[in-house]
Design a binder for this molecule. Sequence first.
Ligand SMILES: C[S@@+](CC[C@H](N)C(=O)[O-])C[C@H]1O[C@@H](n2cnc3c(N)ncnc32)[C@H](O)[C@@H]1O
Length: 171
Amino acid sequence: MLRRGFIGLAPAALLQAQDDWKWDVPFVATPTAVIDSMLRLAKVNQGDTLYDLGCGDGAIVISAAKRYSARCVGIDIDPERIREATENARAAGVSNRVTFLEQDLFQADIRPASVVTLYLLTSVNERLKPKLLKELKRGTRVVSHQFGMGDWKPVKKASKGGRNVMLWVVP
Ligand SMILES: C[S@@+](CC[C@H](N)C(=O)[O-])C[C@H]1O[C@@H](n2cnc3c(N)ncnc32)[C@H](O)[C@@H]1O
């Protein structure tokens, strides 16, 4: 599977060049070591249904399906990312456990999720928070790379290569 290091665009890139953005957040990949940390913090396992909201090239979803045999759904508004993620899942041999949907994450049906992963922005997370709290089942784990959720404080935190990873549990 494609491994992504810490070189390249850092979280700060998410905050730059806002005029160029077509959607809520541009595509910036989470490094592989941070993906590992996110999946560990959320204690992803075979019984989970993981949703990555803004899945980019599908690396989080593919990793959860491959390493933990979780059922996974990746949602992205960019058709190019969905094409790339679908091809990456096929190459990784996990097409039978993953689904990619070209959708706006704010409109998506996320009710089946037992784990939700995010690499968005604090402002986007805060807009998403009411949907998470309304639609997700009690006990669903939400894990975010780098960006918090305003006054909803995480129950656990980790750090990997200078990146923050945070975990919330739906009350
Ligand atoms: C920072 S990238 C994260 C990619 C991947 N989750 C990861 O961590 O490697 C954010 C992704 O969100 C997608 N996105 C932005 N706005 C969205 C929206 N309203 N609905 C769905 N996806 C969106 C972008 O196309 C981009 O692929």
